[in-house]
Design a protein around this ligand. Sequence first.
Ligand SMILES: Cc1cc2nc3c(=O)[nH]c(=O)nc-3n(C[C@H](O)[C@H](O)[C@H](O)COP(=O)(O)O)c2cc1C
Length: 156
Amino acid sequence: MTILVGYASKHGSTESTATSVAQRLREAGHVVELRRLDRIDSLDGYDRLVIGCPVYASRWYGPGVRFLKRHERALRRHSERLWVFTVGGGPTIPAGANDVVAPFAPVEHGYLRGRIDRGELNIIERTMIRAARAPYGDFTDPSAVEAFADRISESR
Ligand SMILES: Cc1cc2nc3c(=O)[nH]c(=O)nc-3n(C[C@H](O)[C@H](O)[C@H](O)COP(=O)(O)O)c2cc1C
């Protein structure tokens, strides 16, 4: 299959996850294009569309929301080829992510945990993390990332 893996990422962990998904799909024999969402013009010609976006303050990160709006018609038309993953720091997917993705009815909306690295954050972000009492750390689960990619590979 020819597969587009598109991602938005502010601090790099969704980019890392998208890269791992793309690599796993390539290892399974697929032709994969890995691109930032704001560098995607057309969704034509792909057998699968895989879209990843992180959560900030319980909402999908802006570039991800803008991508969904920009390509709304094409994405809705091809929901049977659409796979989405949200990346967050917490143990469960924030409701705001479901709200924005559900109208597109993807085959799967996966939740994959990412990384919160204090050294990468500005003072406002650190204050938000402190207020939310969220822990810093790398919560990436490589086996969950691989399993997500494998479900795409195995889909028909
Ligand atoms: C300021 C800030 C707010 C965040 N808010 C949430 C949140 O509401 N829910 C959540 O699950 N994760 C939250 N996170 C964690 C991010 O979703 C996580 O670090 C993600 O991996 C970031 O992806 P990126 O590195 O691709 O930008 C927050 C992180 C920061 C720095």
